[in-house]
Ligand binder design. Structure first.
Ligand SMILES: [Zn+2]
Ligand SMILES: [Zn+2]
Length: 225
């Protein structure tokens, strides 16, 4: 017979996990790991959210996204969610996680918060005025495919203005107008490495505001044949 060293109950009264009864084991071990800060991007213009792509908001989509963020140390874990509060200012959720630990079924409840980060999605950004800080000039072989891949990569960057606001087709290639200079720079460097492209960066002074100079970045990426 096992006796729980914390509460004194025996394995005839309650199921045990290891040396402890289930209740005491669960007090000692954190089996569900909810990230401290959870943020989801939300486009206030079209009301879509970004999980692994931009799509219509729904509680099912939100649950699926959360399920990927929350880790558990249970076998066959199943997590279900409810959302007592959903607004543009934040989302609160309750979860029930069921699974098995060392052959013993367990059920855990908890709660969490999701921050809502308002950001124009690429489609809305494109439609709402064409703001840009950088131009990526796609040149050389396979420009259409490369431009598509680059645009897709830009839109996956975390910056607020990581979108392509305009696409211009030229005889020499395709110009992508990008909302964030940093995002454009990072993506261009990645493509330089991955595809052996030749990269040329240049800056043009746009304005001088309160002694602060604002530059626009142009990166030319030339893909080899
Ligand atoms: Zn106990
Ligand atoms: Zn949108």
């Amino acid at each position: 017979m096992k006796v729980c060293p914390r509460c004194g109950r025996t394995d005839e009264e309650v199921p045990f996990i290891g040396f402890f009864c289930r209740d005491c084991y669960l007090k000692e071990h954190q089996l569900v790991h909810v990230p401290k800060s959870l943020k989801i991007r939300y486009c206030p213009r079209c009301e879509r959210i970004y999980t692994d792509r931009w799509h219509e908001f729904s509680l099912e989509a939100l649950s699926e996204w959360l399920r990927k963020k929350i880790k558990t140390d249970m076998e066959g874990a199943q997590i279900s969610f409810s959302f007592p509060e959903v607004s543009e200012d934040g989302i609160s959720f309750l979860y029930v996680a069921r699974g098995v630990v060392e052959g013993v079924p367990v059920e855990l409840k908890g709660e969490g918060q999701i921050k809502v980060e308002k950001q124009l999605c690429p489609r809305c950004a494109r439609e709402s005025g064409g703001y840009y800080e950088a131009i990526i000039q796609v040149r050389g072989a396979d420009v259409q495919r490369m431009a598509d891949l680059i645009a897709h990569s830009v839109e996956k960057e975390p910056d607020k203005f990581a979108f392509v606001s305009k696409v211009v087709y030229r005889r020499e290639g395709i110009d992508l107008y990008v909302g964030s200079r940093k995002a454009a720079d990072r993506v261009a460097k990645r493509f330089e490495k991955r595809y052996g492209a030749k990269l040329v960066r240049s800056h043009t002074l746009v304005t001088e505001k309160n002694g602060k100079r604002l530059y626009r970045l142009t990166v030319a990426l030339h893909f080899p044949e």
